[in-house]
Every structure is written in structure tokens, then in C-alpha cells.
Design a protein around this ligand. Sequence first.
Ligand code: GDP
Ligand code: IMO
Ligand code: MG
Length: 421
Amino acid sequence: MFTIITGAQFGDEGKGKIVDMMASKYDIVARFQGGDNAGHTVVAEGKTYKLHLIPSGVLFDARLLIGPGTVMNPGILMEEIAMLSGNGVEVTPAKLGIDAKTSIIMPYHVALDGLRESKRAIKIGTTNRGIGFAYVDKVGREEIQMADIADKNRFMRKIEEIAPQKEAAIKELGGDPGIARSEIKDYLEIGRKLKPYITDVSKEINQALKEGKKVLAEGAQGTHLDIIHGTQKFVTSSSTVAGSACAALGVGPTKVNEVIGIIKAYITRVGEGPLPTEQKNQVGEHLRDKGGEFGTTTGRPRRCGWFDLPLARKSINLNGYTSLALTKLDVLSGLNPLKLCIEYDLDGKIMKYMPELSDDIAGCKPVYMDIPGWHEDISDTGSFDDLPENARLYIELIEELMGVKINYISVGPGRKQTLMK
Ligand code: GDP
Ligand code: IMO
Ligand code: MG
């Protein structure tokens, strides 16, 4: 059984919560792309865990894997392992496997990310974690991999080969070229500690699937931040759509059983780029305050807006969702009426489907349908049938308009605050 979960919007849809909720039924939970730009929140037994690299199934018995399509900052991983240990959750090599080919984020990637962004006239609003520059090196075939930092000779050879051009690049952007050879000792020390965690992720997953085990692939970021299909240039540097899980984990597409999209009952975006239904008003403030819409990784306030169907329709195509989990429905309590963007008006042309180009998306004016809201607090609701009638109507309407079934409805950050439909 192979399940892929991805975010259907611009990230922060609640993937961490849903993966945690599902993880007890899985034997393996694997991250397949992105890096510590991700911030996945798991709330369990009165504690809140903010995970950047470790898959969100960590609180259960599942084996955790970090695949070779990810970019991993080893210092951040060690901090996360220590944080979990401090909370009584031991992440041993029996628990976590890191692919030998996982790209390593080096100090020069982080430096270049910050320097380049500061020079951009039109900013992307990156998380400043070196993600883009680490992927540039992967594609440019100059990456340092997990196996390299665990082997001093190989690591030093690579640094010697790569450092001169990093020094030049940093210097050109006005930074300190010394960064190119910084933290070598720390990396080697962490590499030594992480050596026992090294594995072949594709081999492990394929073996598990052959044995009839259940594997969950946990996406990071969101569909419209995809490097190929997203709102360029305001995207992340990896492929965030479901198909990427197969390519990045080394699992054939014939093995996929289900693809679950995590979608918020409204929309948020952190960083720059078009967001047609953005509400820079009291509605936006309601969503931000009530939804706690501040970046898990950067603390930046998230931009908030109404649910966007043309965007969701494209997500459904890009991922091939077999079902959806609708999150943060509780945040809509108290807004009346609710608005649902059913189509866009682009210079007089009505569009039910999101256009391809960012400039066109930025020019789209949402066409809204008003829907009666509800005032009740629904965060303690025990079942779908117990929701206020207007909340049920809202869910059923978007389900019908999207043409994909909504199996889970989340009404709060906790595990129990999830309703089956
Ligand atoms: P992820 O990146 O997709 O894992 O999402 P984040 O963890 O960055 O952001 C989601 C935030 O919303 C976290 O603070 C979660 O604890 C919280 N959350 C998740 N589901 C719900 C929900 O249904 N209602 C409310 N109010 N909060 C939720
Ligand atoms: P999770 O997994 C929301 C955004 C950044 C920026 C753009 C590029 O928690 O949903 P990057 O640092 O990746 O080069 O930044 O992508 N971004 C996210 N937004 N959630 C995330 O992850 C994100 N990861 C990156 O804000 O706009
Ligand atoms: Mg997040």
C-alpha cells in the first residue's frame, strides 16, 4: 500500500497534523522533497512539535525515511533529533534512515540564498534556508551528498573541488568568501554521528511494499510552489506534486494506491507571488488571528484569503487526488457570509481553471459565490453530522464543485479534532 500526501495550495495546509493522524496505520513514513524550509506541526498529548526534516510520523512506530530528493541541513536535523529526545522521543538509526544520496545543504548555500534574495529587485521571499542553491548544485552535479559528509577523504576532496567557485560567487554578491570553507569540522562530526542512519531509501520502500507493508510519502510545501507547475518565479526549488514522490523515492508509479490532498478551508501564502483571493482587510485578519497564520519556519505572517476553486481544480489535475482532507474549518466560524471563489475574471474572460502564467494569475479577479456562514465554535464537534448545517453545506458544496471526495475534516490542531466524512 503506497499513499502519497501533498499540500494542495501554497503550503502550511496542515500536512503535519494529517500525517501524524494517519501514521499509526503505516510502516514507513518518508519525506521526498524540500528541506528545512518546511515546517510541519504535530500537536499530540499536550505538546506541539515543529518538524522541519523529520517525517511527521515520528510519534508512532513507523520507520522514518529521508529520501535522496530532499536537501538536508545536517545541523538542523541534529537540533531536531535533540529536541525530540528532550521530549522523550528517541530517533535512533533503527527509527530513521537517510538516503546516502541526500543532498547536503552547506553554509555557502544559505549564504548565497540570503545574498541573492537581498539583491533581487522583485523578491521571492525565500525562507533563507539555502534550498534553491542546494538544488542548483544537484542539477549542476556539484552537490555534496549524505555519504560524503560521513567520509572525511571524500568530503575534503569535494570541498577542494567546489569551494573556489563558491568563494567567487559569494564574493561577487558582496559576501564573505570564507563561508565557502566554514564549518567543515562540524559537518564531519555530524557526518560521523549520522553514518549509522545511512540507507538506500528506494530499496527499503520497494522491499516493504513487496512484503505488503504500508508506506506513506509526506510532501512538503504545496502544489502551487512546484518548480515546474507553480507560480514562477514565486515557487520553491523542488517538485512538490504527487508524481515527484515516485521519482524522488525511486518507486514506480504502478505502485501508487492513493493520493491525498491536504487543503485548507480558505487559503494562505507566505512569501511573494500572486494570490487572487487575498483579503487585506478584516476578513484576512480574522483568518490570520484565528488560524494562527504565522510561518512555522520563519514566523512571518501568512497572507490569507478565501477558498479558491480555479486553483484547487488545477491542484486536482496536477496531483491526481483520490481524496482530500479539508483542514482548519473551525477558523471560518464567525465569518458571515463566507465567500467561495468559483471562477476568475481575467480582462473580461471568465476562467474556471487557473491560468498558467503568474502575470495572468496576478491579473485575475475572483468571482465569488456568497455562502451563509455559522457562528458556533466547531472545534469540539464529534462527527460530521454534528456540524452546523451551514458548515456541512459549505463542505458539500466545495466537494461537489471540485469533484473529489473529502474524507477528513479537521476542526482544530489536535488529533481528536478530525471528523470522518
Ligand atoms: P504544514 O506545513 O502543512 O504541516 O502546516 P503547518 O504546521 O505549517 O501549519 C498548520 C498550522 O495549523 C499548525 O499550527 C497546525 O497546528 C494548525 N492546524 C492544523 N489543522 C488545524 C485545524 O483544523 N484547525 C486549526 N485551528 N489549526 C490547525
Ligand atoms: P511547508 O512544508 C509555505 C515558500 C517560501 C517562499 C518560497 C520559496 O511547511 O508547507 P524557499 O525557501 O523554499 O526557496 O522559498 O516558498 N515556502 C513555503 N511556504 N510552507 C512551506 O513549507 C514552504 N516552504 C517554502 O515562503 O515563498
Ligand atoms: Mg508549514
